[in-house]
Write a protein that binds this ligand. Structure first.
Ligand code: NAD
Ligand code: FES
Length: 295
């Protein structure tokens, strides 16, 4: 069992938990994810890692209730436990493999949207700990939905906060801030955009105009996170990839977002999954038995 030591509601629909998982905490790298299960018969829930403390042996997760299991998770308190807490899974951010001195020469921009701010945080923190100051844009619908501002401020080179309704920080979407920063003369070598699919799509369209290589995290299309259900199948350039085993991070300029979003919608219904099976064969669903599948 994996004990929850802290359970906090950050906004009306975003929750944070610290979980004791020493082996996961020791080997975590930015960009990876974990899978939790509430009990032995519960479904697997893949969640991005927000932070980890190898010394304390804890991993911080941030989540938004979307389905029955994540709704159940909102009632867990400090002292409660998860039956399973598996990870770290997926490939770490490619930044972790780069030469630090080379990274220091690069101008890096992170774009975090809503709950996507949680997986951006460990990457910016990791860079900060290695002497690299990255610029960060954080976008939220309203002031009340903004998360981790203080934490991000402590590790970002420059932090730009924007809200869709103008209730805090700048007024408008994250893509407008990218335009503003480029117009002000910032020459970015790399952008990492993590948030809702639609945000990542439009960030990529924006950075493409400026020729800025852009990495995105395809975590939103994962279902079981194990490579078996086929939900996270996506087209990257001329290749078919699976977000949970080949990613979650990919070159955003090569991702077919329209197809991924269409597929995500189809996967939600039994009829849609049957159509995917017809179109794509058995790779759409290997029958993991944990994601709701074709039952
Ligand atoms: P949201 O809808 O509040 O959007 C956050 C920000 O994204 C907005 O404030 C805006 O600045 C920007 N944005 C949204 N639509 C845009 C558009 N069309 N063009 C430009 N910018 C746009 O975000 P939320 O409700 O907190 O996010 C929920 C989603 O985030 C879920 O779908 C979840 O799957 C996803 N998510 C993604 C990851 C990941 O790894 N990519 C991690 C956690 C959550
Ligand atoms: Fe990747 Fe199921 S989430 S195969």
């Amino acid at each position: 069992m994996f004990k929850i030591t802290k359970a906090e509601q950050l906004t009306s629909n975003i929750y944070l938990m610290d979980v004791v998982a020493p082996r996961v905490a020791k080997s975590c790298k930015p960009g990876q994810f974990i899978i939790v299960r509430l009990n032995e018969t519960a479904e697997r829930i893949p969640l991005t890692i927000c932070d980890y403390d190898a010394e304390a042996g804890t991993v911080t997760i941030v989540f938004q209730p979307v389905g029955a299991s994540t709704h159940k998770m909102t009632s867990l308190k400090a002292g409660d436990s998860f039956a399973d807490f598996v990870g770290p899974l997926g490939c770490p951010s490619e930044l972790c493999d780069e030469d630090i001195e080379e990274l220091k020469k690069k101008k890096i921009l992170f774009v975090a949207g809503g709950v996507g701010t949680a997986p951006v945080y460990p990457q910016v923190k990791w860079l900060h700990e290695h002497g690299v100051a990255a610029d960060v844009i954080v976008g939220a619908k309203t002031k009340d939905l903004l998360i981790l501002e203080k934490e991000m401020e402590a590790v970002a080179g420059n932090l730009y906060v924007t809200t869709d309704d103008g209730s805090y920080g700048r007024h408008g979407m994250v893509t407008a801030v990218i335009d503003e920063l480029v117009a002000a003369g910032n020459q970015y070598d790399l952008c990492v955009a993590i948030g809702p699919m639609i945000m990542m799509k439009f960030c990529c369209l924006t950075t493409k105009k400026y020729g800025i290589k852009t990495i995105v995290s395809m975590n939103p299309i994962m279902v079981d996170g194990t490579g078996m259900c086929g939900a996270c199948r996506l087209v990257v350039g001329d290749e078919v990839k699976f977000a949970c085993v080949d990613g979650p991070e990919f070159d955003g300029h090569l991702v077919d977002f329209d197809q991924a979003m269409k597929r995500q919608q189809m996967y939600k219904t039994q009829e849609g999954r049957a159509m995917l099976k017809l179109q794509e064969g058995d790779t759409h669903h290997g029958g993991c038995g944990n994601c709701g599948g074709d039952e």
